[in-house]
Design a protein around this ligand. Structure first.
Ligand code: ADP
Ligand code: ADP
Ligand code: ZN
Length: 212
């Protein structure tokens, strides 16, 4: 089954996607990761996206939609997770069209619910590997050696947009643009909710249950 995984910044979308990929063989399509890779590779797409990301604003719909369309065109016959897309109603509408053109379907839109106080702690404490993108947390998931990625030995850093002032903008952007998509997916009868404020393994079993 193909799914949309949505929720606030810091809700655990990336963490859960990694488990879905490792354990269920799904393919993760993370628009945030794709933009970060484009920035790292200094592509035109990366240049367009960076200023918006650094401010905690959404990258314009046309850019994001074009990028997702390209990725879905190259997709092999594996179940995929849309992680962090759609984030606006225009993106949701565009996704509907792209999917029907390619005879693809989303089975469920899984909403990871996490209270705001918990989100702040998760975002300020998040650290990521510069090389492989592995995600850590200073308290709940520290690296074995400080500043060094357990997976690849790369340098572990704080994302620019995980600084406190940018976090505030991201949460506001999320509340205004993405949270209303709950109604959109409810109307399509695809909406399911998972309590994301539990330990990672419990959240994972609950996601597995609602998508099976
Ligand atoms: P998102 O992709 O939704 O922004 P992440 O998966 O990157 O979220 O998680 C944000 C931060 O919270 C990371 O530092 C991650 O290690 C931590 N985290 C993720 N899931 C949990 C959980 N269930 N309990 C505690 N911390 C978590
Ligand atoms: P998080 O879920 O932790 O907020 P992401 O890695 O998903 O972080 O996104 C980082 C940034 O990339 C966003 O703040 C935004 O600027 C941009 N971005 C990612 N996905 C989208 C999207 N679907 N639409 C617009 N901008 C996006
Ligand atoms: Zn790494």
């Amino acid at each position: 089954m193909n799914i949309v995984l949505f929720g606030a910044p810091g809700a655990g979308k990336g963490t859960q996607s990694t488990l879905l990929v490792e354990r269920l063989g799904m393919v993760q399509i993370s628009t945030g990761d794709l933009f970060r890779a484009a920035i790292k590779n200094k592509t035109e797409l990366g240049q367009k996206a960076q200023s918006f990301m650094d401010k905690g604003e959404l990258v314009p719909d046309s850019i994001v939609i074009g990028m997702v369309d390209e990725v879905l065109a190259k997709l092999e016959n594996k179940s995929f997770i849309l992680d962090g897309f759609p984030r606006t109603s225009a993106q949701a509408e565009a996704l509907g069209k792209i999917l029907s053109q390619r005879a693809l379907e989303i089975g469920k839109a899984v909403f990871l619910e996490v209270p705001r106080e918990e989100l702040l702690g998760r975002l300020t404490g998040r650290r990521v590997c510069k090389s492989c993108g592995a995600v850590y947390h200073v308290q709940s998931k520290p690296t074995k050696v400080a500043g060094v990625c357990d997976v690849c030995g790369g340098e572990v850093i704080q994302r620019n947009d995980d600084k406190e002032d940018v976090i505030a903008t991201r949460l506001k952007t999320y509340e205004e643009n993405t949270l209303p998509l709950r109604t959109y997916f409810k109307e399509l009868n695809k909406y399911v909710e998972v309590n994301g404020a539990q330990d990672t393994e419990t959240v994972f079993s609950n996601i597995k249950r609602v998508i099976s």
